[in-house]
Design a protein around this ligand. Sequence first.
Ligand SMILES: [Zn+2]
Ligand SMILES: [Zn+2]
Length: 282
Amino acid sequence: MELPGDSHVHSEFSWDTGGPDSAAAGRMTLTCERAAAIGLRALIFTEHVDLDSWITDPDDVMGHQTPMYREGRFHPLRFQADRYFEAIDRCRLAFPDLRILAGIEYGQPHRSDDRVADVVDLTALDRVNGSLHTLPFRDDRAEPNTMFRHLPAADVMWAYLEEIPRMIASSSSFSVFTHIDYAVRSWPVATEGPFDPARFEEGFRGAMRAIAHSGRALELNTRRLGAWQVQWWAEEGGREVTFGSDAHDPTKLANGFPEAALLAESVGFQPGSRPEDPWRRR
Ligand SMILES: [Zn+2]
Ligand SMILES: [Zn+2]
Protein backbone atom coordinates (compact mmCIF):
# COMPACT_ATOMS: atom_id res chain seq x y z
CA MET A 1 0.00 0.00 0.00
CA GLU A 2 1.27 3.45 -0.85
CA LEU A 3 1.72 5.71 2.15
CA PRO A 4 -0.66 8.66 2.45
CA GLY A 5 0.99 12.09 2.51
CA ASP A 6 2.07 13.31 5.93
CA SER A 7 -0.25 16.24 6.70
CA HIS A 8 1.26 17.31 10.01
CA VAL A 9 5.01 17.95 10.03
CA HIS A 10 7.07 20.54 11.92
CA SER A 11 10.43 22.06 11.02
CA GLU A 12 12.71 24.74 12.47
CA PHE A 13 9.88 27.22 11.86
CA SER A 14 7.88 25.81 14.77
CA TRP A 15 8.63 27.40 18.13
CA ASP A 16 8.86 24.06 19.92
CA THR A 17 11.82 22.98 17.81
CA GLY A 18 13.66 26.17 18.87
CA GLY A 19 13.03 28.36 15.84
CA PRO A 20 14.99 29.07 12.63
CA ASP A 21 17.93 30.66 14.47
CA SER A 22 18.45 27.68 16.77
CA ALA A 23 20.22 24.35 16.37
CA ALA A 24 17.08 23.18 14.56
CA ALA A 25 17.98 25.27 11.48
CA GLY A 26 17.97 23.09 8.37
CA ARG A 27 15.45 20.60 9.70
CA MET A 28 13.02 21.26 6.85
CA THR A 29 15.66 20.15 4.33
CA LEU A 30 16.56 17.09 6.41
CA THR A 31 12.88 16.18 6.63
CA CYS A 32 12.53 16.37 2.84
CA GLU A 33 15.59 14.12 2.49
CA ARG A 34 13.96 11.67 4.84
CA ALA A 35 10.70 11.77 2.86
CA ALA A 36 12.56 10.94 -0.34
CA ALA A 37 14.42 8.12 1.42
CA ILE A 38 11.26 6.41 2.73
CA GLY A 39 9.24 6.86 -0.47
CA LEU A 40 6.77 9.41 0.89
CA ARG A 41 5.26 11.35 -2.02
CA ALA A 42 3.84 14.37 -0.19
CA LEU A 43 4.23 16.25 3.06
CA ILE A 44 2.78 19.41 4.53
CA PHE A 45 4.87 21.56 6.85
CA THR A 46 2.30 22.70 9.39
CA GLU A 47 4.19 25.04 11.68
CA HIS A 48 2.83 26.24 15.00
CA VAL A 49 0.96 29.52 15.01
CA ASP A 50 -0.13 30.46 18.53
CA LEU A 51 -0.99 34.11 18.99
CA ASP A 52 -1.51 34.23 22.75
CA SER A 53 0.53 33.34 25.81
CA TRP A 54 -0.78 31.03 28.55
CA ILE A 55 -0.30 30.12 32.19
CA THR A 56 2.21 27.38 32.80
CA ASP A 57 4.04 25.71 35.66
CA PRO A 58 7.85 25.91 35.49
CA ASP A 59 7.92 22.09 35.51
CA ASP A 60 5.95 21.97 32.28
CA VAL A 61 8.30 24.19 30.31
CA MET A 62 10.59 22.51 27.85
CA GLY A 63 14.19 22.90 28.89
CA HIS A 64 13.20 25.11 31.88
CA GLN A 65 15.58 27.80 30.61
CA THR A 66 13.71 28.92 27.52
CA PRO A 67 13.24 32.68 27.13
CA MET A 68 9.68 31.85 26.08
CA TYR A 69 8.91 31.21 29.78
CA ARG A 70 8.54 34.43 31.74
CA GLU A 71 6.84 34.96 35.11
CA GLY A 72 4.55 31.96 35.08
CA ARG A 73 3.52 32.34 31.46
CA PHE A 74 4.57 30.74 28.22
CA HIS A 75 5.08 33.12 25.28
CA PRO A 76 5.51 31.11 22.06
CA LEU A 77 7.88 32.56 19.45
CA ARG A 78 6.15 34.39 16.64
CA PHE A 79 5.92 32.41 13.39
CA GLN A 80 8.26 33.93 10.77
CA ALA A 81 6.12 33.52 7.68
CA ASP A 82 8.44 35.21 5.16
CA ARG A 83 11.42 33.05 6.05
CA TYR A 84 9.19 29.97 6.13
CA PHE A 85 7.90 30.52 2.59
CA GLU A 86 11.47 31.13 1.36
CA ALA A 87 12.54 27.82 2.88
CA ILE A 88 9.56 26.03 1.30
CA ASP A 89 10.55 27.44 -2.11
CA ARG A 90 14.15 26.28 -1.66
CA CYS A 91 13.00 22.77 -0.74
CA ARG A 92 10.65 22.60 -3.75
CA LEU A 93 13.61 23.39 -6.01
CA ALA A 94 15.87 20.89 -4.27
CA PHE A 95 13.29 18.05 -4.20
CA PRO A 96 11.32 18.33 -7.45
CA ASP A 97 9.84 14.83 -7.14
CA LEU A 98 8.35 15.47 -3.72
CA ARG A 99 5.07 17.32 -3.21
CA ILE A 100 5.91 19.90 -0.54
CA LEU A 101 2.92 21.84 0.73
CA ALA A 102 2.68 24.89 2.98
CA GLY A 103 0.54 24.92 6.08
CA ILE A 104 0.23 25.81 9.72
CA GLU A 105 -0.97 24.18 12.91
CA TYR A 106 -3.10 26.99 14.21
CA GLY A 107 -3.71 26.79 17.94
CA GLN A 108 -7.04 28.01 19.38
CA PRO A 109 -8.25 29.57 16.11
CA HIS A 110 -11.55 30.51 17.75
CA ARG A 111 -9.61 32.88 20.02
CA SER A 112 -7.62 34.75 17.41
CA ASP A 113 -9.17 34.63 13.94
CA ASP A 114 -9.47 38.43 14.03
CA ARG A 115 -5.68 38.80 14.43
CA VAL A 116 -4.10 35.90 12.56
CA ALA A 117 -3.69 37.86 9.30
CA ASP A 118 -1.06 39.99 11.11
CA VAL A 119 1.12 36.86 11.31
CA VAL A 120 0.37 34.90 8.15
CA ASP A 121 -1.81 35.17 5.07
CA LEU A 122 -4.02 32.09 5.39
CA THR A 123 -4.92 32.23 1.70
CA ALA A 124 -1.26 31.55 0.83
CA LEU A 125 -1.42 28.18 2.60
CA ASP A 126 -2.37 24.76 1.25
CA ARG A 127 -3.59 23.46 4.61
CA VAL A 128 -4.65 24.88 7.96
CA ASN A 129 -4.77 22.34 10.77
CA GLY A 130 -6.77 23.59 13.75
CA SER A 131 -5.57 22.44 17.12
CA LEU A 132 -6.71 22.87 20.68
CA HIS A 133 -3.75 23.10 23.05
CA THR A 134 -5.06 25.39 25.81
CA LEU A 135 -8.28 25.51 27.82
CA PRO A 136 -9.95 28.04 30.11
CA PHE A 137 -8.14 28.07 33.46
CA ARG A 138 -8.31 30.69 36.24
CA ASP A 139 -9.85 33.37 33.99
CA ASP A 140 -6.99 32.69 31.60
CA ARG A 141 -5.75 29.69 29.57
CA ALA A 142 -3.43 26.76 30.29
CA GLU A 143 -2.39 23.50 28.68
CA PRO A 144 -3.84 20.21 29.92
CA ASN A 145 -0.49 19.11 31.40
CA THR A 146 -0.54 22.10 33.74
CA MET A 147 -4.24 21.69 34.53
CA PHE A 148 -3.91 17.99 35.40
CA ARG A 149 -1.65 19.09 38.27
CA HIS A 150 -4.33 21.35 39.74
CA LEU A 151 -7.71 19.82 38.86
CA PRO A 152 -9.38 16.38 38.90
CA ALA A 153 -8.27 14.50 35.79
CA ALA A 154 -11.80 13.84 34.56
CA ASP A 155 -12.64 17.57 34.78
CA VAL A 156 -9.71 18.40 32.50
CA MET A 157 -10.72 15.76 29.96
CA TRP A 158 -14.33 16.97 29.92
CA ALA A 159 -13.21 20.59 29.61
CA TYR A 160 -11.12 19.59 26.60
CA LEU A 161 -13.92 17.70 24.89
CA GLU A 162 -16.50 20.40 25.59
CA GLU A 163 -14.28 23.13 24.15
CA ILE A 164 -14.05 21.38 20.76
CA PRO A 165 -17.61 22.17 19.59
CA ARG A 166 -17.06 25.80 20.64
CA MET A 167 -13.89 25.96 18.58
CA ILE A 168 -15.67 24.39 15.61
CA ALA A 169 -18.58 26.84 15.82
CA SER A 170 -16.47 29.97 16.32
CA SER A 171 -13.80 29.72 13.63
CA SER A 172 -13.89 29.27 9.89
CA SER A 173 -10.14 29.38 9.30
CA PHE A 174 -9.20 25.69 9.51
CA SER A 175 -10.24 22.60 7.57
CA VAL A 176 -8.81 19.76 9.67
CA PHE A 177 -9.12 19.14 13.41
CA THR A 178 -5.85 17.72 14.73
CA HIS A 179 -5.03 15.32 17.58
CA ILE A 180 -8.43 15.02 19.26
CA ASP A 181 -6.64 13.04 21.98
CA TYR A 182 -4.21 15.87 22.77
CA ALA A 183 -5.12 15.96 26.48
CA VAL A 184 -4.52 12.21 26.70
CA ARG A 185 -0.82 12.83 26.07
CA SER A 186 -0.50 14.23 29.59
CA TRP A 187 -3.11 12.00 31.28
CA PRO A 188 -1.84 11.31 34.84
CA VAL A 189 -1.31 7.56 34.58
CA ALA A 190 0.44 7.41 37.98
CA THR A 191 -2.70 8.45 39.87
CA GLU A 192 -5.49 7.53 37.39
CA GLY A 193 -4.16 4.40 35.74
CA PRO A 194 -4.08 3.88 31.99
CA PHE A 195 -6.38 6.13 29.97
CA ASP A 196 -9.68 4.45 29.09
CA PRO A 197 -11.47 6.20 26.21
CA ALA A 198 -14.75 4.44 27.10
CA ARG A 199 -14.95 6.66 30.21
CA PHE A 200 -15.26 9.72 27.95
CA GLU A 201 -16.97 8.11 24.98
CA GLU A 202 -19.92 10.51 24.90
CA GLY A 203 -17.57 13.50 24.98
CA PHE A 204 -15.42 12.20 22.15
CA ARG A 205 -18.47 11.28 20.09
CA GLY A 206 -20.07 14.70 20.66
CA ALA A 207 -16.87 16.45 19.62
CA MET A 208 -16.63 14.25 16.54
CA ARG A 209 -20.23 15.00 15.57
CA ALA A 210 -19.50 18.73 15.72
CA ILE A 211 -16.40 18.30 13.55
CA ALA A 212 -18.21 16.05 11.07
CA HIS A 213 -21.27 18.32 10.78
CA SER A 214 -19.01 21.27 10.00
CA GLY A 215 -17.64 19.35 7.00
CA ARG A 216 -14.12 19.21 8.39
CA ALA A 217 -11.69 16.33 8.33
CA LEU A 218 -10.35 14.61 11.42
CA GLU A 219 -6.63 14.03 11.56
CA LEU A 220 -5.46 10.58 12.54
CA ASN A 221 -2.46 11.62 14.61
CA THR A 222 -0.10 8.69 14.68
CA ARG A 223 1.82 9.66 17.81
CA ARG A 224 -0.82 7.47 19.38
CA LEU A 225 -3.78 6.20 17.43
CA GLY A 226 -6.43 3.98 18.94
CA ALA A 227 -8.77 2.00 16.68
CA TRP A 228 -11.62 3.58 18.69
CA GLN A 229 -10.87 6.99 17.18
CA VAL A 230 -11.28 5.76 13.63
CA GLN A 231 -14.33 3.65 14.49
CA TRP A 232 -16.19 6.39 16.38
CA TRP A 233 -15.35 8.99 13.72
CA ALA A 234 -16.91 6.83 11.01
CA GLU A 235 -19.95 6.07 13.20
CA GLU A 236 -20.51 9.76 13.95
CA GLY A 237 -20.64 10.64 10.27
CA GLY A 238 -17.04 11.63 9.61
CA ARG A 239 -16.36 11.80 5.88
CA GLU A 240 -12.67 12.65 5.68
CA VAL A 241 -9.45 11.80 7.47
CA THR A 242 -5.90 13.06 7.11
CA PHE A 243 -2.77 11.36 8.39
CA GLY A 244 -0.36 13.28 10.60
CA SER A 245 2.80 12.06 12.30
CA ASP A 246 3.24 15.37 14.16
CA ALA A 247 6.97 14.84 13.59
CA HIS A 248 9.24 17.50 15.06
CA ASP A 249 12.26 15.46 14.01
CA PRO A 250 12.88 13.92 10.54
CA THR A 251 13.17 10.38 11.90
CA LYS A 252 9.53 10.51 13.07
CA LEU A 253 8.14 11.36 9.63
CA ALA A 254 5.18 9.14 8.64
CA ASN A 255 5.63 7.02 11.76
CA GLY A 256 2.86 4.46 12.10
CA PHE A 257 1.31 5.28 8.72
CA PRO A 258 0.92 1.72 7.39
CA GLU A 259 -1.12 0.76 10.48
CA ALA A 260 -3.15 3.99 10.38
CA ALA A 261 -3.93 3.52 6.68
CA LEU A 262 -5.14 -0.03 7.33
CA LEU A 263 -7.38 1.20 10.15
CA ALA A 264 -8.86 3.92 7.95
CA GLU A 265 -9.39 1.48 5.12
CA SER A 266 -11.11 -0.98 7.45
CA VAL A 267 -13.98 1.47 8.03
CA GLY A 268 -14.26 2.52 4.39
CA PHE A 269 -11.91 5.48 3.88
CA GLN A 270 -10.25 5.60 0.45
CA PRO A 271 -7.34 7.65 -0.90
CA GLY A 272 -7.99 10.73 -3.04
CA SER A 273 -6.34 11.45 -6.37
CA ARG A 274 -3.32 13.27 -4.93
CA PRO A 275 -1.22 11.85 -2.07
CA GLU A 276 -1.91 14.89 0.13
CA ASP A 277 -5.70 14.69 -0.31
CA PRO A 278 -7.77 13.64 2.68
CA TRP A 279 -9.08 10.07 2.47
CA ARG A 280 -12.85 9.98 2.04
CA ARG A 281 -15.70 7.62 2.71
CA ARG A 282 -19.21 7.79 1.34
ZN1 LIG B 1 -0.42 20.16 18.41
ZN1 LIG C 1 1.95 19.45 15.84
